[in-house]
Design a protein around this ligand. Structure first.
Ligand SMILES: NC(=O)c1ccc[n+]([C@@H]2O[C@H](COP(=O)([O-])OP(=O)(O)OC[C@H]3O[C@@H](n4cnc5c(N)ncnc54)[C@H](O)[C@@H]3O)[C@@H](O)[C@H]2O)c1
Length: 370
């Protein structure tokens, strides 16, 4: 039987390149459509050394109809990962972010409709929940509102219930209604709805995977919109303390990239995933402060204690923890990589990057972009 060919848009990026490894190891052919943006690939915009040699790389923009049509030739399934990434960037560069995410997705969908595939999987984000679910002291489950500006200005970080009561964060399932408090959440939600809608109308099994905070080797360093751990690592390697907003006790769900790409592959191979949305997280959470301290420890820079600024960022949620029960039941997904193991692998990779050119000037670049 002929090996199936899978197209990954954004396939030269962090998650895309790991997904390529996962699929190649399972016998798929892999093609990547990637424009190699400088924020991720540096000014040279050359094929990244970490991208498996067996990946057929088409350099092109997902907004370019001809490039997309070329990329779709003889393809059986598509993972749509190309995106103008990051909450920070999307605030500063609204037109670009919405162009890549909205228009790029529309171009891809029109091409897929003309040339249907067996499965289309779009990368979404748990950021679409805004503040997730919380439990009141009486045990009631409530959806917390976005924290008012006046509350943040007063440095009161925890979301409160309708009567001002304290709330305890709990894992958020897919059934929670979206609360789109940042531009990146807004465009991600639009992107996933558009894919699911068009997939349904044209009987193309389409799935949206909502990733929580993904970390692991190959995540772009020095990109202010990169992952949280990559940003901490960039500062630590440049001899600076990680900078933390609010009081550092906000919780995040840090999921390892190897778990994420396994979830992607399980989705591809599932007969029941079509038309559905799944959270892909680690199933647990940790405070940002603890994550920064462990990153410093892993890099041998324990003395660079996190700098807690007490400042806030517009659009940040207080706590974010994904409920992965649905993915466990429907896809057989569970996170397998512990944070300790994942951090060790990341620290080893970072150590190998230490002497390489891409680390030069990272601190300065991050400072320059605020
Ligand atoms: N990393 C995370 O924590 C996280 C969390 C939630 C969702 N996601 C989503 O997962 C997907 C992959 O994220 P990632 O962390 O691997 O990002 P990444 O920046 O490492 O990879 C994205 C890739 O897309 C390419 N790209 C950007 N614009 C393009 C365009 N117009 N045409 C073609 N290629 C383009 C880039 O060159 C890059 O290689 C994105 O859709 C992102 O929104 C990521």
């Amino acid at each position: 039987m002929a090996r199936k060919r899978v197209l990954i848009t954004g396939g030269a990026g962090f998650i895309g390149s790991h997904l390529a490894d996962e699929l190649l190891a399972r016998g798929y052919r892999v093609r990547a459509l990637d424009s190699l943006i400088p924020q991720v690939h540096g000014d040279a915009r050359s094929r990244p050394g970490y991208l498996a040699a067996d990946v057929e790389l088409i350099r092109g923009d997902v907004r370019d109809r001809r490039a997309v049509e070329r990329a779709l030739k003889r393809v059986d399934a598509v993972f749509h990962l190309a995106a103008g990434v990051g909450a920070g960037r999307s605030i500063q560069d609204i037109a670009h972010c919405s162009s890549v995410n909205d228009f790029g997705t529309a171009v891809l969908l029109e091409a897929v409709v003309r040339k249907p595939v067996e499965k289309l999987v779009v990368a979404s984000s748990t950021s679409v929940y805004g503040e997730g679910l919380y439990r009141t002291p009486e045990g009631r489950i409530v959806e917390a509102e976005e924290r008012p500006l006046s509350q943040l200005q007063a440095g009161r970080w925890e979301p409160c219930g309708p009567e001002g009561e304290p709330l305890e964060p709990i894992p958020t399932p897919e059934t929670k209604s979206p609360s789109l408090g940042s531009i990146s959440a807004l465009v991600k939600h639009h992107q996933e709805r558009l894919c699911l809608m068009v997939g349904r109308a044209h009987a193309i099994p389409t799935v949206a995977l909502r990733f929580s905070n993904v970390y692991g080797p190959r995540q772009a360093l020095g990109n202010p919109d990169g992952g949280m751990l990559a940003t901490f690592a960039s500062r630590l390697l440049a001899g600076n303390a990680p900078i933390i907003f609010e009081d550092g006790l906000q919780q995040r769900d840090l999921v390892n990239v190897h778990d994420v790409v396994r979830a992607c592959r399980l989705t591809l191979e599932s007969a029941v995933a079509g038309g559905r949305v799944f959270n892909v997280g680690s199933g647990s959470s940790m405070t940002v402060r603890a994550a920064a301290a462990q990153m410093a420890e892993a890099l041998g820079r324990r003395e660079l204690r996190p700098q807690i600024t007490g400042q806030y960022r517009e659009g940040d949620v207080r706590h974010s923890v994904a409920d992965t029960t649905l993915a466990a039941k429907a896809l057989g997904y569970e996170a397998r990589v512990s944070f300790t193991e994942g951090l060790l692998e990341l620290a080893e990779w970072l150590a190998r990057q230490r002497d390489r050119h891409e680390l030069a000037g990272i601190g300065a670049r991050l400072e320059a972009r605020g």
